[in-house]
Design a protein around this ligand. Sequence first.
Ligand SMILES: Cc1cc2nc3c(=O)[nH]c(=O)nc-3n(C[C@H](O)[C@H](O)[C@H](O)COP(=O)(O)OP(=O)(O)OC[C@H]3O[C@@H](n4cnc5c(N)ncnc54)[C@H](O)[C@@H]3O)c2cc1C
Ligand SMILES: *[C@@H]1O[C@H](CO)[C@@H](O)[C@H](O)[C@H]1NC(C)=O
Length: 664
Amino acid sequence: MKLFALLLMLYTASALTIIDSPLASSCLYYFKDFNWGCGGTGQGHAMYKCRCFNVDWLGSVLNCMATQGKNQAQITHAWKHLRTRCLQKAHTDYLVEEISAWSKNATSFMKAPTAADKKVLVTHPLSVDAQSFAIFSRSFKEVSHHVFKSQWFGWGLVFNCAAIITALTIMNISKRFFHVSLVPRRTRIFIQKRLFPEVKIWGFSGLTRLDVIIMSLFTVQAVLSTALSYNVQTPNMYMKDPYFLTLDLIGYRSGIIAFSLMPIVFILGLRNNPFCFLTGLPQCTFITYHKFVSIVMAIEAMIHSGVWTAYAIRSGGYALWAVDDYWRWGIVGTTLVYIMLFQSLSFIRNFMYDLFVASHKILGWLFIVSMWYHCDILGWMGWVYSIIALTVYDRLVRCWKIFALNRGFIPSQIELINEDTLAITIPKTQVYNSVYKPGHHLYLNFFHRSIWYKCFQSHPFSVVASPIKSQDEVTVYIRVKKGVTKCLSKLKVGEKGTIQLWLLIEGPYGNSIDTYKNTDAIAGIAGGLGICSLLPVLYKNPSKSILFWAISKIDDLESFQSELEYLIEHGADIRVFLKKNDSDESSSFMEEKCKYLSVSNTRYDIAEWIEEAQVLASATNKTDLHVLTCGPILMDRKIGDIVYKKMSANDEVALHYHPKNYMW
Ligand SMILES: Cc1cc2nc3c(=O)[nH]c(=O)nc-3n(C[C@H](O)[C@H](O)[C@H](O)COP(=O)(O)OP(=O)(O)OC[C@H]3O[C@@H](n4cnc5c(N)ncnc54)[C@H](O)[C@@H]3O)c2cc1C
Ligand SMILES: *[C@@H]1O[C@H](CO)[C@@H](O)[C@H](O)[C@H]1NC(C)=O
């Protein structure tokens, strides 16, 4: 039974590798129609079991290869193909010397084929009739050219992504290292105003117009690559029925394109995505594209699966095909892709984020396994190796960051600042100052006995290196959410008012802060703990900055009071806004004490803040005003809308918008 399954697998597998050697395939198909005493003209295993032992047939096929082949390399490859076929289907392995001897011997017995040879048993090698062979030669050349072309269409999509990344990298390098912008100022403002505002499409959030344009162009390219340039003529001797031929060609095209997109999907989803560093864009941007490219890939995979399923059913043998391992693994792979897409829908993802991350990774690994077994006998393994390499690379870099740069497990303590804010003080390692730059973030794993099952989760947090605290340590402020942060806040507090636990620190991640010139002004707008992402910029440029900070609890101000006072001392303009809450008495006391705090129960007007920053910037002769925001995502979006609406090429102070909320 097992042997039967194996044989069947080999049978269908070699049917798929038809494009391996067009020369061999056309010779094999040309001669299968003659009567070699095997009782049929099929391409099945029974036929080969007979033909592969017929020296006349061998002589004819070899002569065909020798006379129709263009060069020795092509002929040698065709020999190899014949050998594999007879090995797979007839279990006979020829030696190269044998093949060469048959080929030579046949020349002295060669006769031209006649119509009768198809009916009466042939007992001598047949030569090739150029006229009737032409159609076989054309058929297989066209089919393998189709597959070759499909591969180039796949590469076309990859090259397009590479071109976009390269352009962004050049712009980033010239801006960051040489402080030159490749785009003139007015054009830049125009581009920002026209292309950067967010588009509201149902089901998608956070896409800029530029994103939508790029995605649309990519989609158009993918559709055209899948649908155009089917130049195989009929009749085709590989598949005489045009219906099956079409299915076959679509199957190849969509499958190969889906495969070419795999490494793009993987690299965009990596934590150590090298493009973040190269282009200076945040990881959340690439996560957006990760989702987008995987949707395109999933559609191609679905076409591929659908077409082959239809093929198998219509060719009367779904049961026959479906026993093959590669077939089953193909089904597994397509199914996994759709499960992963489904679980990434935001309402499912945000329902239990930790479960989403864990299962997404496991499904991703299973997907690699499924693609391995789908292709190990069909070819195209290079694409599978590439996704394995990417996954391994990411893991290695992560381990290196944890154990080499951040010295593995470190004992640590969490301070409970209030019921929904925690702070962790982390001692700097020796290499800290050379690898971490202001603006970087890190990932933490928490090890504590009573929440041991959460230790595999790795969560991103901003690093705050306060200039008024010890220079040997940094702080991470954590807002309590629903998952591991909630568990941390519930842990039993020790005598010193802190929680002892072990940490794994992974970093640095993200991009360091931009440098600002003396003609730049900065307006930071933060909500709650979002201030942690703006602090590195403010510490570096206090005299250029104005900060508007909206908080919902007076506790937040208390945690950062000394930081803000430091900034004020160094020339920053600070405004803190607290929503009035009747039950909170300390707020009026604080309002007395801190001149920069205003408590009110009316909604604050963000547009007014920005106008104020603009007036201030123009009064101090600045040329550019950078609006940096980090708060709840809806607040950031609103600010983006306001800034882009205000932006104008005629402004004496040019506006720029930099959202710093990198959540995805
Ligand atoms: C670059 C960056 C910097 C951040 N800096 C800070 C900071 O300084 N202080 C702070 O309080 N928060 C920060 N966050 C947010 C913080 O990572 C999440 O609030 C935290 O992971 C929530 O953990 P939880 O298990 O309680 O979340 P849950 O309540 O389970 O999930 C809440 C949301 O948090 C996000 N989230 C959860 N786990 C992860 C994860 N492993 N990776 C990415 N996102 C996740 C998801 O969007 C999820 O919907 C930052 C996030 C990013 C991306
Ligand atoms: C040479 O070819 C003839 C005709 O195909 C065949 O009968 C004969 O056995 C071959 N001899 C060898 C040594 O293969």
